[in-house]
Design a protein around this ligand. Structure first.
Ligand code: DAH
Length: 345
């Protein structure tokens, strides 16, 4: 009897392990554990053996049954995991493909290329320059010496140069793209018509209209006999091309150390049509850029004779141009990576 039970166990286990699918496994299960299965019949035989041998044989029979059942369970798992792998590998060549999202340009890049195109029409070319800058290019050469109060308006971020030989405070993150007036004028001879888009940095409290990192656009022209009316004409052309022909432009006196005379340009509010609303702080007008005739001291710093050449310069917040164009009420939306915002452009 013992031998028979062990024989049943060995045959069952090897047959179970040979099965390839659920159907084969079911057959084997029936063959051994079914109502007329080999093990079931053998267990029934136990009643016929001598009473004192029964407990021992009964225990052995239970062990055999347990082994067979466990082997069946394990084989079941093996078969079903293999079947699911096979299912995954199957490719339905007729099913439609998964459409991948195509990205597009960021609104700042859109606006930037639009502005570059507008200025190209009137003979300007675009230049690019360093964001890490020296005090000289960002301030000194622009007629803003060390003790000038205008420095206070541009919260400057200084690089820690203590471990180098550079004098502390000499290397900064540029606070304005005006640094590029000097860099370009040093390298290229007038006549010049240049625009410089780029990132600038200031130690500012971040809110709806301020960031510590934002885009500016600088522009300048140097030629013989350039006048204030060339500046006003150029900027009016640009602002009307960009914001629409119906936009009104006005200039108001303002002081910037690197220009004389200096001005600020305002555009009429497109939302309230000059009636006053929260967007234009109830004034009907929106300040859009700073400008003026390049100060003779700036020209002298780059060895251009101010008696021979004159120029105008202007600078605008490019990030602000974007928010105004799309009537966004928060500058921070431009650096928000949420696709629900970016997908609207
Ligand atoms: N750089 C100035 C600023 O960041 C803006 C500016 C004003 C640029 C007047 C100019 C200018 O070129 O002429 O506030």
């Amino acid at each position: 009897m013992e031998e028979e039970l062990i024989q049943i166990k060995n045959t069952a286990v090897s047959l179970i392990l040979d099965t390839k699918n659920q159907k084969e496994l079911e057959d084997i299960k029936l063959q051994f554990l079914g109502r007329n299965g080999k093990l079931t019949l053998a267990i029934r035989e136990i009643a016929k053996i001598a009473i004192e041998k029964r407990p021992e044989i009964g225990q052995l029979a239970n062990g055999v049954k347990q082994t067979i059942e466990e082997t069946i369970e394990e084989q079941e798992l093996r078969i079903s995991s293999q079947e699911s792998i096979k299912r995954k590998e199957r490719i339905d060549v007729t099913s439609p493909g998964i459409k991948s999202n195509i990205g597009h340009l960021h609104p700042i890049t859109y606006v930037l290329s639009e502005i570059v195109d507008i200025f190209k029409k009137i003979g300007f070319q675009a230049a690019d320059g360093p964001e890490i800058e020296t005090d000289y290019y960002n301030f000194e050469a622009l007629n803003i010496p060390k003790d000038h109060p205008a420095r206070d308006t541009q919260q400057t971020l200084y690089l820690d140069t203590r471990k180098s030989k550079v004098t502390p405070g000499e290397i900064i993150l540029r606070t304005q793209t005006s640094n590029m007036q000097i860099r370009v004028m040093e390298k290229m001879k007038p006549p010049l018509r240049v625009i410089v888009p780029g990132k600038v940095f200031r130690y500012e409290q971040v809110d709806t209209s301020h960031g510590f990192e934002f885009w500016q656009l600088e522009g300048f022209m140097i030629d013989k006999k350039v006048t204030l009316s060339d500046l006003f004409g150029t900027l009016t052309f640009f602002l009307k091309e960009f914001f629409g022909k119906e936009t009104k432009v006005k200039f108001v006196c303002h002081n910037f150390p690197f220009v004389e005379p200096g001005a600020e340009a305002y555009i009429s509010c497109s939302i309230c049509k000059e009636k006053g609303c929260s967007f234009c702080k109830n004034s009907g007008w929106i300040e859009i850029l700073g400008a003026g005739m390049i100060h003779p001291n700036v020209l002298k710093a780059v060895k251009i004779d101010p008696n021979l050449w004159q120029g105008f310069a202007f600078g605008t917040g490019l990030s602000r141009m974007v928010t105004l164009k799309y009537q966004m009420n928060d500058l921070r939306l431009l650096t928000n990576p949420d696709l629900r915002i970016l997908e609207q452009f």
